[in-house]
Design a protein around this ligand. Structure first.
Ligand code: FES
Length: 161
């Protein structure tokens, strides 16, 4: 794996240790996860202990040390979403995708995760997909969204009727 983008990302943040979290976010955006080689490079460039970098990378749930699917589907299980059916929705999606939360589908398309509160409780139950909030979720809507992003990856445009 080529880590030349890591240098660019570190330079963008002027090599500041205080920008570590932003650097890690940018690396994850670039590689879809935090590769070991990239973290080693960050440690060297920022003159930090590798264990400290891993400490940050494992503390925040938004970071992943293993490859994620091309699309991230995040279901909220916070209190407001929980009482509106979040757990049932998660159960249905796990069954539909044949994975557990925290895993990627076998075809590498979708990474599924559950979190506690996405900060938009009023529209719960909420599903967050590739940077977009989808409120008032139910399993039919959720599966439709998942099917749609799956089709996008194949470069085939389909409009919903
Ligand atoms: S509890 Fe789901 S967005 Fe807050």
């Amino acid at each position: 794996m080529d880590f030349k983008h890591v240098d660019t990302i570190i330079e963008k943040h002027q090599g500041k240790r205080t920008a570590l979290i932003s650097i890690l976010h940018d690396i994850q955006d670039e590689y879809n996860f935090l590769p070991e080689g990239a973290l080693t490079k960050v440690a060297t460039r920022l003159q930090m202990n590798t264990n400290d970098i891993y400490g940050v990378a494992t503390f925040y749930k938004s970071f992943s040390l293993t490859p994620r699917g091309e699309h991230t589907v995040t279901l909220c299980l916070g209190t407001a979403c929980h009482v509106r059916g979040g757990p049932n929705l998660l159960r249905e999606l796990k069954s539909h995708l044949r994975i557990e939360a925290g895993q990627t589908t076998a075809d590498g398309k979708i990474f599924l995760q559950a979190v506690n509160c996405l900060g938009v409780c009023a529209i719960g139950p909420v599903m967050f997909v590739d940077g977009t909030f989808h409120g008032g979720m139910n399993s039919i809507k959720a599966k439709r969204i998942i099917e749609k992003i799956g089709r996008k990856r194949n470069g085939v445009k389909h409009e919903e009727n």
